[in-house]
Design a protein around this ligand. Structure first.
Ligand code: ADP
Length: 567
């Protein structure tokens, strides 16, 4: 309970601005609950008037019951729902936006180590579960619980023996329900973890479908997915087993208790301890106290448990150290010319293996530097470190003579663009892909950028030209076109430093020469680093660094390296 209250407080921070709706919703629930408690007494009177043919009183009491019922439905249906919808939906909107922001701050290492499906689950499913607890679902349970506690209190006023009986029955059923919730909760955590894995794999199936088909890996992928779904189902069955076992015991006990109640009431009426009208009123509370209250408490506990689990998962992203966040300094670079330096930099993706080992080099503004070396030598890692996607283990990286650990995010990533072998192109139009990096991009700027990237002629052949939607991760475009669109994006962004990972494969000579042309269009004005796979690219570079096993084993011009046989 303490945990639930703490979590509600935390969630409330995201919905504070909608306080009015929260108060409105609570007031509507309370008023309808209190009135609801009086109804069984009225109905008892109604029956007694009916059986004694007291017609006038019967009409009055029936009208009163009608008015009360109408108010309850109106208050519950309208005020509560309207206010709770408004409050929860807006709170969740704030929470989801904050979650999105925080996920973008998680350091790359922790992102690499977790599946994207897990994060998607947390943004969509967990916030949905939280919403159903703090909104209508949780409140509806609470309303029933309060009504039934009120009913219990009413029986105390009417007759102590019946109250005692109801109290004992309630306690026994509560203990059993608690037990059920506890056991189910444990199974539920296992089930959810498995669900996260399945959803991760499913999202990979969709995102990686091309590669799965091309690798002819349909069968092995589906076997893996099938095995995970089977395990997920097993967890689901385990949960259902616990549920069925306790439901059977509770239902049987409930029937026994109901029989006991009838016998007790007969005994009290026979002894003239209570009137028939009161016996009917006390009996009317039965369904509330014995049936509904327990189910409501159990439902409420289930929902609270779900809520707490979801809160843990969501707040572990928002505030915990479970996922380490990126850290930047405060220094802002007003002007970047494109000079930077690596000073004795060492780095590894894990503690054991060094991927870069004591690397030092300096690059001046406007230079074009080529990196060559075997696959896995550490070339891409150099690019990743310059963008501060990972932190160096030792040594320093300087941009314009400032340590990047002291620079703010904008000074680093606002001045560097990476054009990878397979750049991520969003499922938007070409225009909107470019506008992502510059909102107020003009038509002229856009066309100029595409000209420089040697993409304009191709775009003109598309049916909707610049408004053509490029499909998820740019499937409509070829590898070379994607790279050229990324070059246009870099040009629009006007970052002084451009890191280019030349495609190793599949690009035909014509595409390759267009890309070369696009890059040479940027030369001199920008500092360009290229992971080069082709002789033609290397020849164009001012300097070349040869990377092997995480070290720069040689550097110099193309001719120098040829002479030393380093290439
Ligand atoms: P290159 O670009 O020269 O082909 P990389 O810099 O991509 O080489 O990789 C260097 C080494 O680091 C490789 O052994 C690779 O397996 C490893 N590596 C690259 N990225 C990661 C990562 N995100 N997590 C763990 N290891 C990685």
């Amino acid at each position: 309970m303490k945990e639930t209250i703490q979590n509600i407080k935390k969630v409330y921070q995201y919905g504070k601005e909608y306080k009015k709706n929260l108060i409105g919703m609570i007031m509507a629930v309370f008023s309808s609950t209190i009135i609801g408690i009086i109804v069984p007494v009225f109905t008892a009177k109604q029956i007694v008037y009916f059986t004694s043919s007291l017609w006038q009183q019967l009409i009055y009491i029936s009208l009163a019951i009608f008015a009360v019922q109408a108010y309850i439905s109106f208050a519950a249906m309208f005020f509560t729902r309207r206010n709770s919808q408004y409050f929860t939906r807006n709170t969740m909107k704030n929470l989801q936006i904050k979650l999105g922001n925080e996920i973008l701050k998680i350091c790359q290492k922790d992102m690499d180590n977790n599946s994207s499906g897990m994060f998607v689950q947390r943004i969509i499913n967990d916030t949905e579960k939280m919403a159903s607890f703090i909104g209508w679902g949780g409140l509806e349970y609470l309303r029933h619980i309060l009504a039934n506690i009120g009913a219990l209190f009413a029986t105390l006023i009417i007759n102590r023996q019946v109250f005692l009986y109801y109290l004992i029955v309630s306690i026994i059923l509560t203990i059993l329900y608690n037990e059920k919730t506890k056991k189910k909760g444990k199974k539920d955590i296992e089930f959810r973890n498995k669900t996260e894995e399945v959803s991760g794999l499913t999202s990979e199936l969709v995102r990686g479908e091309r590669d799965i088909k091309m690798l002819n890996a349909k069968n092995s992928f589906m076997t893996k997915l099938g095995k995970n779904v089977e395990e997920q189902n097993q967890k689901r069955f385990d949960m259902a087993k616990v549920n069925m076992f306790y439901t059977y015991i509770i239902d049987t006990l409930r029937a026994v208790f109901e029989l006991g109640l009838v016998l007790l009431l007969i005994y009290l009426v026979k002894n003239n301890t209570i009137s028939i009208a009161l016996a009917i009123a006390l009996f009317n509370y039965k369904s509330g106290i014995m049936t509904v209250i327990m189910e409501q408490i159990s439902g409420f506990l289930d929902l609270a448990k779900d809520f707490n689990i979801s809160c843990d998962r969501v707040f572990s992203i928002l505030e915990d150290e479970t996922f380490k966040k990126e850290h930047f300094g405060n220094k802002h670079l007003e002007k970047v010319n494109g000079n930077f330096e690596f000073q004795n930099v060492s780095f590894g993706y894990n503690e054991e293996n060094l991927v870069l080992d004591d690397i030092s080099f300096k690059v001046n503004s406007g230079e074009m530097i080529g990196f060559v070396g075997k696959s896995g030598a550490g070339k891409t890692t150099i690019f990743n470190l310059l963008c501060k996607m990972y932190d160096v283990k030792s040594g320093k990286i300087l941009i314009e003579n400032e340590d990047i650990n002291e620079l703010d995010e904008d000074s680093i990533r606002g001045n560097i663009t990476i054009i990878s072998q397979n750049p991520y192109i969003f499922n938007l139009s070409i225009r909107d892909n470019l506008k992502l990096v510059k909102e107020n991009l003009t038509e002229d700027e856009m066309i100029k950028a595409c000209k420089i990237a040697c993409l304009d002629e191709f775009i003109e052949t598309l049916p909707n030209k610049y408004d053509t939607i490029v499909g998820e991760s740019g499937v409509v475009l070829s590898g070379g076109q994607k790279q050229r669109l990324a070059i246009a994006r870099a040009f629009v962004q006007k970052t002084k430093i451009i890191l280019f990972d030349e495609a190793t494969s599949s690009l035909d000579n014509e595409t390759q020469s267009e890309i070369q042309k696009a890059i040479s269009n940027l030369k001199d004005e920008y500092t360009i680093l290229i992971i080069a796979h082709r002789l033609s690219t290397i020849i164009n570079c001012d300097r070349i660094m040869v990377v092997e096993n995480g070290r720069i084993i040689d550097k110099g011009s193309y001719n120098d390296l040829l002479k030393r046989e380093s290439l």
